[in-house]
Write a protein that binds this ligand. Structure first.
Ligand code: SAM
Length: 226
C-alpha cells in the first residue's frame, strides 16, 4: 500500500514514521508513507495557501488550487482521496478494515478554519476521527494510517488482532501477565489451568460481559455468535 499525506506540516510525521510498528511496516515494504507539503503547489507570492473567507468572519481558509494540484500530482486510477474533516463520516475499525484493501490512499490534512467548500468535489470521501476539533488534519491522518497499516498482511500477527475490541462488535477480553499475584490481586485461576477450550469459552464470556457493561451499543450490530 502507498499512503500520500498532503499537509502543511510534514515534519509532524517524522516521529510517527520512524517508530514502532509503522517503521517496521515500512522496512518490510508493506507500506510507503509520504508526507507531501502542499505549500509547494502554491503559485502565489510567499507560497501562500490560505485566504480570508468570503462573507467575512474570523480565521483563514485553505484555497482550492494548491490542494487540488497536490492531489492531482499523485493521483492515479487506484487512488482513494480522503479529506480529514470533523464534518466527515466517523472513523471506525470497520472502516480501517475496508481501507486496508486499497492500493493507494491520499489523506488531505486541513488547517486553520478548514477548506474552501469546493475541495469536496475533488475527494472520494471525508473522515472524522471524533466529535471534537483539532488544530489540523495531521493527527487524524496518523490515526487513520496507524489503524490501517497494522492490519496489512505481515505487519503484526493476525492472532494479535482477531479478538481485539470492535472486531465482531465486541470489546477485547481481559488479559494478564506475570506476576500471578500483584499486591493480592490474582490472575483468574482458569488462565493458569492449561485447558485451552475452557479458556476460550471464558474469554468469549468476558468479551460479552464487558461489551454489555461498557458498550452495549456495539451489540446492536449483532454480528457476534453466542
Ligand atoms: C480547526 S479544524 C477546522 C474545523 C472547521 N472549521 C469545522 O468547524 O468543521 C482544521 C482542520 O483540522 C482537521 N480536523 C480537525 N478536527 C478533526 C476531526 N475531528 N477529524 C478529522 N479532521 C479534523 C481538518 O482537516 C480540519 O480542516
Amino acid at each position: 500500500m502507498k499512503i500520500d499525506i498532503l499537509t502543511l506540516f510534514p515534519s509532524m510525521f517524522d516521529g510517527f514514521i520512524n517508530s514502532s510498528i509503522i517503521q517496521r511496516a515500512i522496512k518490510k515494504n508493506a507500506v510507503t508513507i509520504n508526507p507531501i507539503n502542499f505549500r509547494d503547489y502554491s503559485h502565489l507570492k510567499n507560497q501562500q495557501v490560505d485566504d480570508t473567507p468570503y462573507g467575512g468572519g474570523g480565521g483563514m481558509v485553505l484555497r482550492c488550487e494548491p490542494l487540488v494540484e497536490a492531489i492531482e500530482s499523485v493521483k492515479t486510477k487506484d487512488s482513494k482521496v480522503i479529506l480529514m474533516c470533523p464534518q466527515g463520516v466517523p472513523f471506525t475499525q470497520q472502516k480501517a478494515q475496508s481501507l486496508k484493501k486499497e492500493k493507494h490512499l491520499i489523506l488531505v490534512c486541513g488547517h486553520y478554519e478548514g477548506f474552501d467548500e469546493r475541495i469536496r468535489d475533488f475527494v472520494d470521501e471525508e473522515i472524522s476521527i471524533g466529535d471534537y476539533i483539532l488544530t489540523g488534519g495531521e493527527l487524524p491522518a496518523m490515526v487513520v494510517t496507524d489503524s490501517v497499516v497494522r492490519l496489512l498482511d505481515g505487519v503484526i500477527k493476525e492472532n494479535s488482532y482477531q479478538n481485539e475490541s470492535f472486531q465482531n462488535n465486541l470489546l477485547d477480553y481481559p488479559t494478564y501477565t506475570k506476576p500471578q499475584d500483584f499486591r493480592g490481586k490474582k490472575v483468574p485461576e482458569i488462565l493458569l489451568s492449561g485447558d485451552h477450550e475452557k479458556i476460550a469459552k471464558w474469554r468469549k464470556e468476558m468479551q460479552e460481559k464487558k461489551t454489555m457493561e461498557r458498550r452495549s451499543d456495539l451489540t446492536k450490530g449483532e454480528k457476534y455468535e453466542k
